[in-house]
Design a protein around this ligand. Structure first.
Ligand SMILES: NC(=O)c1ccc[n+]([C@@H]2O[C@H](COP(=O)([O-])OP(=O)(O)OC[C@H]3O[C@@H](n4cnc5c(N)ncnc54)[C@H](OP(=O)(O)O)[C@@H]3O)[C@@H](O)[C@H]2O)c1
Length: 238
């Protein structure tokens, strides 16, 4: 089984947990526990940002800012499944990985600011908001949508408060994606994509339960590609 236990008191890392069955979904034998564990919050954030807030449609030009991280690697693949033309933004060393998971184009944010290139996108999913919201507006096509789901707290709040005001003028829509709402239906949808091989979790490192401190240190360094997961024992049970 896999799921999200936010509704059941959050918690820490442990071998056993008590949660309601609506928080969990059965995984199949073809999916490893590690793959299943990588999915819930990151996958749902990407899905809800693109589908619910971003109203993604086939053929759209979609940009994922922060494409190489936990949320971004799912967002690239989910957007491709919706038939979008996807541009991923990440740092130099992760460009190949972002292309390998299906992005049509990749932009190295250490070399180029996509908000200044003149290129415009129908949908921007921003999991790494570090710019002014007005810069993002410039990079939107006339009826484009900007959804902020992560990055600096200041920029997230800016998107939440100023986005709707800025959207009053003109046809571009800007705002925050809010906090993702994990739910059974979306887990089932993501599970189907996983089982069909349409979404493949990018797992950078696996740490045993006894090395959680090292795992969190590695995560804090910001160098991870995709997800870091905790394995309960050597058999791969996660
Ligand atoms: N709203 C929600 O419900 C929800 C749910 C989950 C996560 N989040 C938030 O989403 C954000 C991302 O989470 P995550 O787990 O994906 O983090 P992560 O795995 O650390 O990934 C961060 C991403 O941001 C990129 N990045 C860093 N600086 C950047 C810059 N200046 N320009 C463009 N990209 C940049 C990184 O690229 P490189 O690694 O290539 O440098 C990486 O792709 C966090 O702020 C998290 O709190 C929100």
């Amino acid at each position: 089984m896999f799921g999200d236990i936010c509704e059941y008191g959050l918690g820490g890392f442990a071998e056993y947990v008590c949660a309601g069955e609506d928080a969990l979904v059965l995984k199949t034998a073809t999916t490893t526990f590690e793959e299943a564990a990588s999915l819930p919050m990151a996958g749902v954030s990407a899905l809800q940002g693109l589908r619910d807030k971003g109203r993604i449609r086939p053929g759209q030009k979609v940009l994922i800012n922060g494409a190489s991280g936990g949320v971004g690697t799912f967002a690239v693949q989910i957007a491709k499944n919706y038939g979008a033309n996807v541009t991923g933004v990440c740092s130099t060393s992760k460009m190949d990985m972002v292309l390998s998971i299906g992005a049509d184009h990749v932009i190295d944010y250490t070399q180029e600011d996509f908000t200044k290139s003149g290129e415009q996108y129908d949908l921007i999913l921003d999991v790494a908001a570090y710019r002014s919201i007005l810069n993002y507006k410039r990079a939107l096509s006339p009826k484009g949508i900007y959804v902020c789901t992560g990055g600096s707290m200041g920029k997230w709040v800016q998107a939440m408060l100023l986005g709707p005001l800025i959207s009053l003028r003109g046809s571009k829509k800007l705002g925050s994606g809010g906090v993702a709402q994990p739910n059974h239906e979306d887990f089932l949808y993501l599970k189907e994509l996983l089982e069909a091989g349409k979404v493949i979790p990018v797992i950078d490192r696996r740490y045993p339960l006894s090395e959680i401190v090292e795992a969190l240190r590695y995560l804090e360094e910001g160098q991870a590609r995709g997800k870091v997961v905790i394995s309960i024992d050597d058999s791969g049970e996660t």
